[in-house]
Design a protein around this ligand. Sequence first.
Ligand code: MN
Length: 748
Amino acid sequence: MAEVLDAIYEDDKERKLILREYRKLLRTIPDSATEQDWENVRKAFELAVRAHAAQRRKDGDPYILHPIEVARICAEEVGLGPTAVVAALLHDVVEDTNVTLEEIEQTFGERIALLVNGLTKLDRSVNAESPRAENFRKVLYWMVQDVRVGLIKIADRLHNMRTLSAMPRHKQLKIASETNFLYVPLAHRLGLYNIKTELEDLCLKVLNREAYQEIAEKLQATKEERAQFISRFIEPIKQKLDQQGMKYRILGRPKSISSILNKIRTKGVPFGQIYDLFAVRIILDVPPEQEKTACWVAYSLVTDVYAPLPERLKDWISTPKSNGYESLHTTVIGPDGKYVEVQIRTERMDEIAEKGYAAHWKYKGVRTQASSTFDRWLDEVRELLENKEADAREFVQYFKSNLFTQEVWVTTPKGDMIVLPKGATALDFAYHIHTEIGDHCQAVKVNQRLVPLGYKLQQGDQVEVITDAKQKPKKDWLKLVVTGKARSRIRQALKKEQRQVGELGKEALIRKLNNLKVQPVDQAIEMLVRYYEYPSHVDLYYAIATEQLTISALLAPFELKDHKLIPKPQPQSENGEEAGHAVADATPTTPVRPRPKATILIDGEPGEHYNYTFANCCNPVQGDEIFAFISRTGGLKIHRVSCPNATHLMANYDYRIRRAEWVTKQDAEFVAELRITGVDDGPGVIERLAHELSSKLRVNIRAFSILGGDDAYFEGTIKLIVANVNQLNLAIRTLKNLDNVDTVTRVN
Ligand code: MN
């Protein structure tokens, strides 16, 4: 195997490094591996070495180190066998080099070709609207055929995250936010607890450097003190366990930085007041048939020593989490009155808890609830993938909304258990059972009593849905559900209804345009949709059909020229204000271009005497430092002093400059445009920004567009309507403070 390296790497040090890493990988391959397995690993290594010969990683290392390390993570940290090791060695070969899937299939067989295919990103030439969502869907598509696709993908991501510091900052942000958004939840679902925790912390380190640093330092500073406390806490428990002759390990582990930060945020407590910075874990070594009893014996021994908080007891043994996690958690009052979380589990449960899916197969002989919960989850993903209607973004959203760590179990009247995300409502339940049941949900009974459709389900509720064929989804229902499935089904139904109703509006509009001899009609409609900023044609038709907007009001701002609708020339300032109102009164729901109501002084005199307008190049807002410039036609243009044209104008046309000042008015309205960049951590990013602005600051948004949304990094512009520059600055500050926003600048 050394020969293949000799031909490629001239540097002796590099050859040695690669060989060392490769041998490390070989040591992870179990004794049970067959001749064929060893042969395949060797061939895969050689193929990968040749294929990646010309490639280097960002830090300058030979690229081949990456697939070797991914393969090692698969074997050692995920617990996968030789087949996955081979696939991991080859995982980037098809994507990055000339090697084809056919060649891989010929050399290594169908199964490994399937795994490599699942791990190969979609061709860049495929013009997908959101490639990262498409790629994620692809991974899941192959994962349900062979779960190792998902596991290897996570190992790949883990290595990339571990070596992220070699990347430029903007790439770090992209990769970390994508990891946080998609791969952390996936790792969680596959039960890869350790990896999930590490990924979370690695993401945090990039996405929120200051917070990460702060907690890391504080943890370091309190390390000694904590270690002493843990040993003081453990000692009496050890004695008890020894007296009973139990075989066990006991450890005190610090919690992850991200989970500590999470606590600080959700509970609103400072670092110093977080009592459970660590958890004590008791791992029992017992045969399968004694597991449950042994755990409860240990529980009673612990609670003999320390008083438990009964409400904090969590029995994940009788009912494992849906990712297969089994454990008994309790919080007790330790020395000095400090709360300590104690986790009790067996070696088998521990291995599954740490390594998840792969470990679970090792214990296939043992009948566990974990295996069936895994399988049930995979079935759900499969079902989800079959819904061809949803686009990739919707798919990802739905997938994510069903990845809540917290869940609630309820039952049907027949006693079937249904697992829903915590916070799910009665209506979510109905949609979970079936879309038809949801759409026609008339009432819901919980434990035999009627409850509102928005009732939040409680653990163990027995839920019965009463349907009525005449019932249909209503807009308000969107506020009553939390699951992606229910939400998307309700939206679908509403859209369908809107489309049906809208047909009337469409016909009426086309008839009117035909009467006016407008041509081509399609283009005119297109223009109207854009002019009034409706999200789609259907929305415009619906507004007409439901008489939110009459056709004459709709066409009022236009005149006919050569069979085309042309906007009427905009009257200047004050007159324009009236024209604007006329349209607004007739069509209350129509967005209307606002006009500035503020007045200004020019050379100390009221601006009414002048014909002035605000310059488009810098869009001044009340409170900005401004000046007036006499245009060629004699009118005055008001510019900001900070306008990019200002220096030029002032330097060359000194004689055309007039002093201008604001006369402050409360109800003034100005359009300000902001450019925002940030990390698009999901399809909801626009909604969240919009929510922040409109509901918290009560600022109206005129337009919002996101550019270059193909990656986790986004760039967008927002047009806001503000009363003055203070309000604008507040909006800028608020946006800047949002986690996923990087920069906010006023557009000139
Ligand atoms: Mn890779």
